[in-house]
Design a protein around this ligand. Structure first.
Ligand code: ZN
Length: 178
C-alpha cells in the first residue's frame, strides 16, 4: 500500500522560495568585495548577511543591476567598473588647505575622516597628506576609481513593508532602525 505525506505548505513555500529580486524587495546577501589585486576590502560580517531594499540606490549601481532577477540560493561573481561603483576618481575633490584652518582638531593625521562644510553641503573628506603647513583633503569616496570584484550569495528575498518603502530602507534585523 502506498501512502503519501501531506504537502503542508507546498504552494506557499514554493512561492516564497522562488521570489526573484525586483524593485522594492528586501534582499539579504552574503558578499565579499575584492580589489584588482585580489585583496579583500569589504565583506558582510561573519554569518550575518547585508540586508537592503532593492531599487533604492542602497547598493552601488553595477551590483544592484546584476542582482535583479536573482533568487535565494543564487551565487554570482560581479565585476563593477569604477563608474558603476563609487565613481571615477575626481581630482577636483582634492584640495590643500593651510593647517591652521584645521586648528582645534585633535590628533590630525593621515587617514582621518572629517566632515567638511562646502557650498553644496556637508561632505566627507579624508586627510591624505600632511606636509609642512599644508594638509591635503580628499573628498573622493575611498573606493572611487577602483574596479570592484564582488562574490555574492543571495540568502533571502522578501516583500518590503509599507514603512520600509516610505523610508527607502530596511527595518528590523540588519536594518537601520526599528
Ligand atoms: Zn526607517
Amino acid at each position: 500500500m502506498v501512502s503519501f505525506a501531506p504537502l503542508r505548505c507546498a504552494s506557499v513555500c514554493a512561492r516564497f522560495s522562488l521570489m526573484s529580486i525586483t524593485q522594492d524587495q528586501v534582499v539579504s546577501i552574503h558578499y565579499t568585495l575584492k580589489d584588482d589585486a585580489g585583496e579583500i576590502i569589504d565583506s558582510s560580517p561573519d554569518g550575518e548577511p547585508l540586508v537592503y531594499l532593492h531599487g533604492h540606490g542602497n547598493l552601488v549601481p553595477g551590483l544592484e543591476r546584476e542582482l535583479a532577477g536573482k533568487r535565494a540560493g543564487d551565487k554570482l561573481q560581479v565585476t563593477v567598473s569604477a563608474a558603476d561603483g563609487y565613481g571615477e576618481y575626481d581630482q577636483a575633490l582634492v584640495q590643500r588647505v593651510p593647517r591652521r584652518t584645521l586648528k582645534g582638531l585633535a590628533n590630525l593625521r593621515v587617514g582621518l575622516r572629517l566632515q567638511a562644510q562646502t557650498g553644496q553641503g556637508a561632505r566627507a573628506v579624508t586627510v591624505t597628506r600632511i606636509a609642512g603647513d599644508m594638509v591635503t583633503l580628499d573628498g573622493n569616496h575611498p573606493l572611487a576609481g577602483k574596479n570592484l570584484h564582488f562574490q555574492v550569495e543571495v540568502a533571502e528575498v522578501r516583500a518590503a513593508s509599507d514603512a520600509e518603502l516610505s523610508h527607502g530602507h530596511v527595518h528590523g534585523r540588519g536594518g537601520h532602525h526599528q
